[in-house]
Structure formats: C-alpha cells, structure tokens
Design a protein around this ligand. Structure first.
Ligand code: FES
Length: 340
C-alpha cells in the first residue's frame, strides 16, 4: 500500500500514513497529539474535518459520529485510511502526544496460565524491547480473526520483549474462542502498541486506587506492579478493588501478594454482586457494586486519591458519575480508557 502525506490546516505539522494504518495510528506513530480514546469507532474523540484528498472509510456507520456530525461531513480518524495525500482540520493537544510511539511487531505465543474459570494470561515474545507504561494496551492481530482486538498488558516494560495479556473468555466471542482453544505454542500474532491514556502517573504524592472488573484486571495489575517497582508504595497506599459477579470470578490477590508491599501499603478489596450464585461457594467479603465499596472505603479522603479503573461499561460509568459528578474529584486524577 502506498504512503500518503497528511498535513494539518493552520499548523506546520505533517505526518506520513504507511501501509494499512488508519489516520489516527499514523498520527500517533509520528508523535502527533491527535485526540482519541477508544481507537475503535465508539467514542467520537478522533473526529476531524477532511479539507482535501481522498479516504477509505472503514466503518461509515460507526457509532462515534452523531447524525449532526455526519451532516457536517466529519470523519473518525480511527476508522479512515488516506488513499491520497490529505489536508485535514483538527486540533492536536499535548495530553494526547504518545509517551511512547506505538509500533507494530511480530510476536510468538510462548505460554498461558489460567487465573480464574474464565480469565487466562497469554504470553508472547517479540523481538526488541517491550516498551510501554503500566496501564496501557495494545492491538492484537490474531490469525483467523478479521479485525484486531485491544487487550491491556499486565506485566511491565522489559528488555526481553515479553508481552502478557489477561483475557476473559467471552461466550461465543470469535477472538477469545480462537485464543482459548486454537492458539498453539509458536503461533505468530502481530502486536501494535502501546496505546491508551490511563497510564500510571508518578508525579504526585497521592494514594492510588485501582478498580477492576472482568479482564480490566490486567491494566490494574500492571499499575500496581509499576507503582511498586517505582518505589511509590514506600510513601503511599494502593487500594485495589476487584468486582466480580460470583465468588469464583474474584482474582488478583495471588498476583498482588507477590509484591513486597502487599498487606502493608497494598490493600485488596474484593467485591461480589451475586454471592449466592455459586453452589458450594461461601463468601464472607463485601457484596454489592464495586463503586459503592470504593465510596465506603475512601469516602472521607476520596478527593485526595489518584484513580485508575478498567472493566465493564456499567462499572466504569458508575465510577465516573460517582467520582467526577458526585465528589468532584479533579478530572486530572481520574484515568480510564473507554472500550466499546
Ligand atoms: Fe476514534 Fe474513539 S471513535 S478514538
């Protein structure tokens, strides 16, 4: 596929789109702060105006555009590829400049470990360093699956090229069926990343809350590991909340307990919404919704905490409303990536 030059109106910035990249990924690889969140057509953050040139629209009906946007001919940078040189209108912003420029690399499947009845950690090794920040995600192209899938890393950046992903099996989900049942040792995938804005901030003295549900476990474990490795937990607490439907969904404690601060400055708070669901399982911990347990644990100091969360949309929505609307926790202290 040909390369195309993309320039921004009213800005000296221009960048190249190579191969199969979207306009958004080409911008991020070039270090341009193109606003985005989901990278998958759902949120509308990457809207732009096409002034000159031709594009291929990968998903014309993407829900990230409203009818009003469509009438104004806006496009989504994560769903468009240039098919000629382009001139576009959009406002880059410093907070979207990638701290590490995303790259594509081939990686080999080297092993998997079950964490719960439906979450498994998949491990891959790629050439070169695995370079990402705790809490970021990558896009995986899996042979036999048409479109790439976004999964967060659970480990830390390393010089051995190791990328670990904790994936929850989705009933009748084609990508997870392939990963769980057909991926064989030595199979190759493509890893494109890192992406995401909900990475660990080290530049403040606040206590940390990591809140996870489902396979939101991976980025939160990575943040806890990163905070420990950076020495942040010598002087502050990290509260780790994990919400599951039933007792057998609960996980994370065995991974956190490998960190030296566990039981000292790392506090684990599991929460179950349906404690009676599993016959034969007894549950004596917290019950209900995870955001309610966050509120009762942190209530009197909630505005002094740095929040990270990842999980099912109802959980992340309830947390956003509680923290940002209810308690007015400053926007800069709340970190999550929206997935659709
Ligand atoms: Fe493009 Fe969300 S719609 S980043």
């Amino acid at each position: 596929m040909a390369n195309h030059r993309i320039s921004l109106e009213g800005n000296s910035c221009e960048f190249q789109q190579e191969g199969q990249d979207t306009v958004l990924r080409a911008a991020l690889r070039a270090g341009v702060g193109f606003p985005y969140e989901c990278n998958s057509g759902g949120c509308g953050s990457c809207k732009f105006d096409l002034l000159e040139g031709e594009i291929e629209n990968l998903w014309p009906d993407a829900p990230g555009l409203t009818e009003r946007d469509r009438r104004k001919n806006y496009l989504l940078a994560c769903q468009c590829r240039a098919t000629s040189d382009l001139k576009i209108k959009m406002r880059p912003a410093q907070e979207y400049v990638p701290p590490i420029a995303p790259q594509r690399r081939k990686a080999t499947f080297v092993g998997a470990v079950d964490l719960t009845h439906d979450i498994r950690e998949f491990r891959f090794v790629a050439e070169g360093e695995a370079d990402f920040l705790p809490g970021q995600y990558a896009s995986l192209t899996i042979p036999g699956i048409e479109s790439p899938r976004a999964y967060s890393m659970s480990n830390l950046a390393n010089g051995q090229g190791e990328w670990h992903f904790q994936v929850r099996r989705v009933p009748s989900g084609s990508a997870t069926e392939r990963l769980f049942h057909q991926l064989a040792m030595g199979d190759e995938v493509e890893i494109d990343g890192p992406y995401g804005l909900a990475w660990l901030r080290e530049d403040n003295p606040r206590d940390i809350a990591c809140i996870a549900g489902g396979s939101g476990l991976a980025p939160m474990i990575s943040i806890a590991r990163g905070a420990s490795a950076a020495g942040l937990l010598k002087t502050r607490n990290l509260h780790f909340f994990y919400g599951g439907r039933t007792p057998r969904d609960i996980c994370g404690e065995s991974l956190l307990s490998q960190l030296p601060e566990f039981g000292k400055s790392i506090h684990f708070h599991p929460v179950v919404s349906l404690p009676e669901q599993d016959p034969g399982e007894t549950w004596s911990g917290a019950t209900g919704y995870v955001h309610d347990v966050v509120r009762s644990e942190l209530h009197d100091r909630i505005t002094d905490v740095e929040f990270y969360f990842a999980g099912p949309p109802p959980m992340t929505k309830a947390l956003q409303e509680m923290l940002m609307v209810g308690y007015r926790v400053p926007f800069e202290q709340v970190h999550f990536d929206r997935f659709f």
